[in-house]
Ligand binder design. Structure first.
Ligand code: PLP
Length: 501
C-alpha cells in the first residue's frame, strides 16, 4: 500500500478560490483562503464592540426593557440588505432584550453571562462542529465525556458515572425518565402495550412541570407523576414518601422512579435527598435528583452539606446555565452507571463511524445534532475555578440571607420560608388592604420596584402571588438593596395613605 501522503499532492501555492455568486455579500462567509479576512475581521469587530459595549454598559439599561419594538422592514428581503442592516439588527437585539446583567436584576434564575462562556459560544459557533458523533466533533465529544465525568465525581457519583449535555433541564429530566423507564420495563422495542400495570413516577408537588411533560411524551400520561407527599398537605417526610409508595402499589400501579428536587423552582427548597434515595434503593426504584438549580451548592464548602444524599442518585439533572453563569443553553444529565444509559437507551447511527473506544453522543441522547455547549462550560470552569465559583455562590447566599432578614424586619411582609439557596420569596400583606387584594398589590409592588431599577419576579406559590428574588449577580450590592427596600417602604407607605390609614 502507498503511504497516504503520496496519494494527494498539494501544490505550494494554489489558485484563488472559486468566487461567490455576485448576489451573495462578500462577507457572507470568511473565505478559507483569507481573501476577505480584513473585511470579516472589521465586521465581526464591529459586532464585538457592540456586544462588549452592551455587556459593560448593562448597568445603564433597565433590567427589563420597556416597550420593545422590532425594527421595521421585510425579514426576508429580496436582496441582502448589507452590513449596515446586520449591525442595526444586532443593535436592536441588544437594546430590546431582557438584561440579567443589571445589578438590579434579582428576577429569575437567568444569570449575567460569564465572559468565558460568551467566548466559548463565539468559538464553537465559528467551528460549527456537531455533538452527534465523535466524527463530527472530535475535540468536543471527548471533552464532554471528560468534563461530565469530572462533574459526576464532584456530586459524589462513583467511577463509571458520567453524563451528557442537553438543551435544557426539561430534556435532562426527559432523558433520565426515559432511561429509568426503559431500565425497569421491557419497553424499548415493544412500547408500553404489554405492561400489566401502569408505570408511575413519584415526585413532590413542587417538582418542575417538565416531569409531567416527560411522562406525557413517554406515553405514561402526565397523570403518571404522582405526589410524593401522598394526600398530605404538609412537607415531604420519610413517612409521607413511604405512604405514597405504598398507596400507589395498593392501587395496582407500578412505581418505578422517585424524583426529588434540590432547589425547587419557586422557593428553592431542597427536598429530603437522603431519605428519598434510601426509599428508592430499598424498594428497587430509580432515584433521580433534579438539581437543575440547587446543584450549584456543591461548589461551596459552606453549603455542600445541604445536598447530602445526592450521591445516591441513579441520575441527576444539573443546569450550569442557571447559577454557574454559563450562557444558554447548558444543561446536563448525569448517570450513576453510564453502561445502563448505553443499554437502556442507545440507538446506533448507521450513517456515522462507530469508534471502538467511544459511544457517539447522538446515540445515547434524546437529541441528535447538538451545539458543543461543553466549550462554554469548560472555559467557565477553568477560568473561574472551584474557588472562584465557591466565592460567587457564597456571596449570593449572603445577599439572599440579608434580604430575608430585611423581609423579617417588616411586619407587612411575609417570608414564604427561610431561603435554602439563593431564592427569597415574600409578599406584602398589609392589614390596611383586604386580603383578596393582596395578589394585585404585589403585582403593583413589582412594577413600582421595576420603575426604581430593581427587577423581582412574581411567582405563584400555594395559590398566591409572591415576589421572588433570585440572587445571582455578584455586583448586586448595598446600592441595589437600599433601592429595593426604600422602594418597598415607599410603596407600602403610599398604599397606607391611599387606604386612609
Ligand atoms: C427544578 C427545575 N428543573 C427543571 C427545569 C427545566 O429547565 P429548562 O427551563 O432548562 O428546561 C427548571 C426550570 O426552571 C427547574 O426549575
Amino acid at each position: 500500500m502507498l503511504p497516504a501522503r503520496t496519494l494527494i499532492s498539494i501544490p505550494d501555492s494554489r489558485p484563488p478560490l472559486k468566487p461567490l455568486p455576485p448576489q451573495v455579500p462578500s462577507t457572507a462567509f470568511a473565505s478559507p483562503d483569507g481573501a476577505n479576512r480584513q473585511a470579516v475581521e472589521r465586521l465581526l469587530g464591529q459586532v464585538l464592540a457592540r456586544v462588549t459595549g452592551a455587556m459593560a454598559g448593562a448597568g445603564e439599561r433597565a433590567p427589563y426593557p420597556a416597550g420593545v419594538r422590532l425594527p421595521p422592514g421585510d425579514d426576508l428581503p429580496e436582496e441582502g440588505s448589507g452590513e449596515d442592516a446586520l449591525l442595526a439588527g444586532v443593535e436592536a437585539a441588544l437594546a430590546g432584550s431582557m438584561n440579567p446583567a443589571h445589578p438590579g436584576y434579582i428576577g429569575h434564575m437567568d444569570p449575567l453571562p460569564s465572559v468565558a462562556s460568551v467566548a466559548g459560544g463565539l468559538v464553537s459557533a465559528s467551528l460549527n462542529n456537531n455533538m452527534l458523533s465523535l466524527e463530527l466533533s472530535p475535540f468536543f465529544s471527548r471533552l464532554e465525556q471528560r468534563v461530565m465525568e469530572r462533574l459526576a465525581g464532584l456530586f459524589g457519583l462513583p467511577p463509571g458515572s458520567g453524563g451528557l449535555l442537553v438543551s435544557g433541564g426539561t430534556l435532562a429530566n426527559l432523558q433520565a425518565m426515559t432511561v429509568a423507564r426503559n431500565h425497569h420495563f421491557p419497553v424499548m422495542a415493544d412500547g408500553l402495550w404489554g405492561l400489566p400495570r401502569r408505570p408511575v413516577v413519584l415526585a413532590s408537588r413542587a417538582a418542575h412541570t417538565s416531569l409531567q411533560k416527560a411522562a406525557m411524551i413517554l406515553g405514561l400520561g402526565s397523570g403518571a407523576v404522582r405526589p410524593l407527599e401522598g394526600d398530605s398537605d404538609g412537607p415531604l417526610t420519610e413517612e409521607t414518601m413511604a405512604q405514597a409508595l405504598a398507596d400507589a402499589r395498593a392501587q395496582g400501579l407500578a412505581p418505578f422512579m422517585v424524583v426529588v428536587t434540590a432547589g425547587t423552582t419557586v422557593t428553592g427548597s431542597i427536598e429530603p435527598l437522603r431519605a428519598a434515595g434510601r426509599l428508592a434503593r430499598d424498594n428497587g426504584l430509580w432515584f433521580h435528583v433534579d438539581g437543575a438549580l440547587g446543584g450549584t451548592l456543591m461548589f461551596s464548602s459552606r453549603y455542600r452539606e445541604r445536598l447530602a444524599g445526592i450521591e445516591l442518585a441513579d441520575s441527576m439533572t444539573f443546569n450550569p446555565q442557571k447559577w454557574l453563569y454559563v450562557t444558554k443553553v447548558c444543561a446536563t444529565v448525569m448517570f450513576r452507571d453510564m453502561s445502563l444509559l448505553h443499554r437502556a437507551f442507545r440507538v446506533q447511527l448507521p450513517y456515522m463511524l462507530q469508534p471502538p473506544d467511544f459511544v457517539n453522543y447522538g446515540e445515547i441522547s434524546v437529541q441528535g445534532t447538538r451545539h458543543p455547549d461543553v466549550l462554554k462550560l469548560w472555559l467557565t470552569l477553568r477560568h473561574l475555578g472551584r474557588r472562584g465559583l465557591e466565592a460567587l455562590v457564597d456571596r449570593c447566599m449572603d445577599t439572599a440571607a440579608q434580604m430575608a432578614e430585611e423581609v423579617s424586619r417588616r411586619p407587612e411582609l411575609t417570608l414564604a420560608m427561610p431561603p435554602q439557596m439563593n431564592i427569597v420569596v415574600f409578599r406584602a400583606q398589609p392589614k390596611w388592604v383586604a386580603p383578596d387584594q393582596w395578589d394585585d398589590l404585589n403585582l403593583q409592588l413589582q412594577k413600582h420596584l421595576l420603575d426604581g431599577g430593581v427587577y423581582l419576579a412574581v411567582s405563584v406559590y400555594q395559590g398566591k402571588k409572591w415576589l421572588r428574588g433570585v440572587v445571582l449577580n455578584p455586583y448586586t450590592g448595598e446600592e441595589e438593596l437600599t433601592r429595593l427596600w426604600a422602594g418597598v417602604d415607599g410603596f407600602l407607605a403610599e398604599s397606607k395613605i391611599a387606604a386612609g390609614g
